[in-house]
Design a protein around this ligand. Structure first.
Ligand code: HPA
Ligand code: ZN
Length: 305
């Protein structure tokens, strides 16, 4: 089944072996200690710790190369990879140099790849301005979309309405993490500012009117099972609303989010849908088709030439 990854953070994909390549003074125990967490706040700290190890454009390029190799081995045919551009700027790095290094890897990738540049919600809309301007300037040079991630409770979507307007006017496609740690009103706010896909969005399962709105707008949820379990936003897989959302007709795409931090792969996420949520072969095929259907890139750009 050909499938795509649409919600995948480059920084959360860096495996321990690659971190040691980046910093040979690290050992696996140290890495395990820094990437252990029990809740969403702890996860964000682990994510920042990994981000800090990406100290140069070459480091980002190596992370991308290793990610593309891993995705190719899993039969992934297309990926829209998120770069935490807001974090690159926060670290004081040269975003142009980092992105140029990533774009060189993109041109050599074994399948088509586009980038979604992400701003950090809790840094506020001012900090998102240079991210959206950079994304706008690089649209057509590998950048396809703009998004916001991080802490949806501390950075409400309505604060980013102007930022999303700017991105839309520049021709960028829009995604928004929402309804992961916060409730259905956070998903509604993401739709209000024009999100075309929702990162996670599982809180929508508690609100039938919102589920109807998602269906009517044909906005998919980028569901990440292992992520939701590991960050504790669901207490168990049995409590995860994937099946209910799917059966209610909300469009679903399965993704890994941060595969190195959640010990998962796209294959393992599909396997979980089958083994823990009873997805039949035809339903798995439907999910795989959705991953291509809801890609921001046009169909013709989804296969390698
Ligand atoms: N949610 C919020 N912030 C993130 C995530 C996520 O799933 N992954 C990396 N940063
Ligand atoms: Zn995410």
């Amino acid at each position: 089944m050909p499938k795509a990854e649409l919600h995948l953070h480059l920084e959360g994909s860096v495996q321990a072996a690659t971190l040691i390549e980046l910093d040979p003074s690290l050992d696996p125990d140290q890495i395990a200690a820094h990437t252990a967490y029990t809740d969403f706040a702890g996860f964000l700290k682990a994510y920042v710790w990994v981000n800090r190890l990406l100290r140069s454009p070459e480091h980002y390029a190596l992370a991308a190369r290793r990610l593309f190799e891993s995705l190719q081995a899993q039969g992934v045919v297309y990926a829209e990879v998120t770069l935490s551009a807001g974090v690159v700027l926060w670290k004081g790095q040269d975003l142009e140099a980092v992105y140029n290094a990533l774009y060189r890897e993109t041109l050599r990738a074994p399948f088509p790849v586009h980038w979604i540049l992400d701003a950090v919600r809790q840094f506020g809309p001012e900090a998102a301005v240079p991210v959206v301007e950079f994304a706008a300037a690089h649209r057509g040079r590998g950048v396809i979309g703009f998004g916001i991630g991080g802490d949806e409770v501390r950075g409400p979507a309505r604060d980013f309405a102007g930022i999303f307007d700017r991105a839309r006017k520049a021709g960028l496609r829009l995604t928004c993490h929402a309804g992961e740690t916060d409730g259905p009103e956070s998903v509604a706010a993401a739709l209000d500012i024009g999100a075309e896909r929702i990162g996670h969005g599982i809180a929508a399962a508690t609100d039938p009117a919102l589920s109807r709105r998602l269906r009517e707008l044909d906005v998919p949820l980028e569901v990440c099972l292992s992520s939701n379990l590991r960050t504790g936003v669901v207490p168990s897989l049995d409590a995860h609303p994937l099946r209910r959302l799917f059966d209610s007709g909300v469009a679903i795409v399965l993704n890994t989010d941060d595969p190195a931090l959640f010990d998962c792969s796209l294959e393992s996420e599909y396997a979980l849908a089958a083994s823990r949520f009873g997805f039949a072969e035809s339903e798995l095929r439907h999910l795989a088709e959705n991953s291509l259907r809801y890609a921001f890139a046009p169909r013709g750009a989804l296969s390698s030439s």
